[in-house]
Design a protein around this ligand. Structure first.
Ligand SMILES: Cc1ncc(COP(=O)(O)O)c(C=O)c1O
Length: 427
């Protein structure tokens, strides 16, 4: 990617502050996804890169009337500072949403509202981890979480996953191995439903096993669940938090089920941790935006949000099917797991190809994806790419995959040229 000036992160030359930054800032890198945004969003490019929800079906006309009324009645509250823990009305409103995934024992006081799950990940890492501590995580891993862990100088140790999510035996072996090395394990970070980027969902059988292992070794589980209500067949899975209230910090967000622009998400945590989260939220931002929270409560209180989520599920299923079909048609020699929900397909490309090196050529062919390397912090992942089906229409998805296939085909021809006789999977 760095050989394309359009998408390489800008280097600040002669920075007078070079050498004075905190060590934690030295570890920060531009996310491969952010670096891509500018080019990937050009209209001529089919972007299979970003994880932006499609918002074209939101009832904006009616919503703007409701929001106008809300401002007329409660403008002085909406535009005022609020509570560091979040608006009590919203903390009440999230309870029935969590019930859909089996979480029934939570009170509004157990909930903390945060500026998007991203901020929640920052807060929990801030209060739990010192530099050099270990966070266990699925590999590949959500790129935004990796960014947070890097900024706190935490060591991310990969735990193997497969189509059924985290592998319990691998978790226990990794814990034993890290403890034998004298490492301090602070948390297990997991995205159990419709994983970003792997698309996998943790099986119902594995969930209590993972909890039992974490409990036995006193490892806190951070359950990040932005996609749980976006199962294509309408099925939801029991949240880990529904099986354990003391060992789990639960995070969910309105970003994918309503819209990300408000930056509103919520956390549920055991009392001691929750208290520290509120203090950390206060020191980071004083309080989440009242206006954003009241926009969400206005929506939740006046619209049939369950019907809207159902509608989105159907739309994303159609787009996932379109991508799966196009891959079968144009790239049958690649492999992938068709997800049961969420936004992403994790595509394995033929041996010998490098998704990161190929990206500038894909952009030239007017299609964008995210290289698998973005989802590891140790250089792995060049044999995969993440394809998002959430935003483009089915026709655009088909065209994007067709363009991608021309890039991959050309790449394979080049590999063959230099290594005659090498198998490339197309025979
Ligand atoms: C697994 C995961 N966690 C967290 C986030 C961030 O969500 P939010 O918009 O609530 O910050 C995302 C966004 O893509 C995600 O995929």
């Amino acid at each position: 990617m760095s050989d394309d000036p359009n998408i390489a992160p800008r280097v600040i030359k002669n920075d007078p502050w070079y050498g004075t930054y905190a060590r934690r800032a030295e570890g920060m890198r531009a996310s491969e996804i952010r670096a891509l945004f500018a080019v990937a969003n050009r209209p001529e490019v089919v972007s299979l890169a970003g994880g932006m929800p499609y918002l074209g079906r939101m009832p904006f006309d009616e919503l703007s009337e409701q929001l106008g009324a809300m401002l007329r009645e409660k403008g002085t509250v909406a535009w005022q500072y609020g509570s560091a823990q979040g608006d009590p009305h919203l903390r009440e409103d999230v309870l029935p949403i969590m019930e859909l995934e089996g979480i029934k024992d939570v009170q509004p006081d157990d909930v903390v509202i945060v500026n998007g799950s991203q901020s929640g990940l920052d807060l929990i890492t801030r209060i739990m981890c010192d530099p050099g501590d270990v966070v266990l995580a699925e590999a590949p891993n959500y790129v935004g979480a990796l960014g947070v862990f890097q900024s706190f100088q935490v060591d991310v140790v990969n735990v193997a996953m497969d189509g059924d999510g985290l592998i319990p035996q691998a978790l226990e072996e990794t814990i034993k191995d890290q403890l034998a090395k004298g490492r301090k394990i602070k948390m297990l970070y997991t995205v159990p439903n419709f994983h970003n980027p792997a698309g996998a969902t943790m099986s119902v059988e594995r969930r209590p096993q993972i909890i039992e292992i974490a409990r036995r070794y006193h490892v806190l589980i951070v359950e990040d669940n932005p996609y749980g209500l976006l199962g294509f067949d309408g099925r939801t899975y029991p949240a880990l938090r529904s099986m354990d209230s003391e060992g789990i910090v639960y995070l969910s967000s309105f970003s994918k089920i309503i819209a990300p622009g408000m930056r509103v998400a919520w956390m549920v945590a055991p009392a001691g941790i929750r208290q520290k989260l509120v203090l950390a939220n206060e020191s980071a931002i004083l309080c989440p935006s009242n206006m954003s929270q009241m926009t969400i409560t206005t929506y939740l209180d006046n619209f049939d949000w369950k019907a809207q989520i159902n509608d989105y599920r159907g739309m994303y299923r159609e787009r996932c099917d379109a991508m799966d079909q196009a891959l079968k048609e144009f790239l049958p020699y690649c492999s992938w797991l068709k997800p049961k929900g969420g936004f992403y397909i994790w595509l394995k490309i033929p041996e010998g190809l490098n998704a990161k090196e190929m990206l500038p050529r894909a952009i030239t062919a007017k299609v964008a994806y995210v290289s698998g390397t973005a989802f590891y912090d140790d250089g792995q992942g060049a044999d995969h790419m993440r394809l998002s089906f959430c935003y483009p229409t089915p026709d655009r998805i088909r065209e994007g995959v067709r363009r991608l296939s021309t890039v991959i085909d050309n790449e394979l021809d080049t590999v063959r040229l230099f290594e005659p006789g090498s198998a490339d999977g197309r025979e």
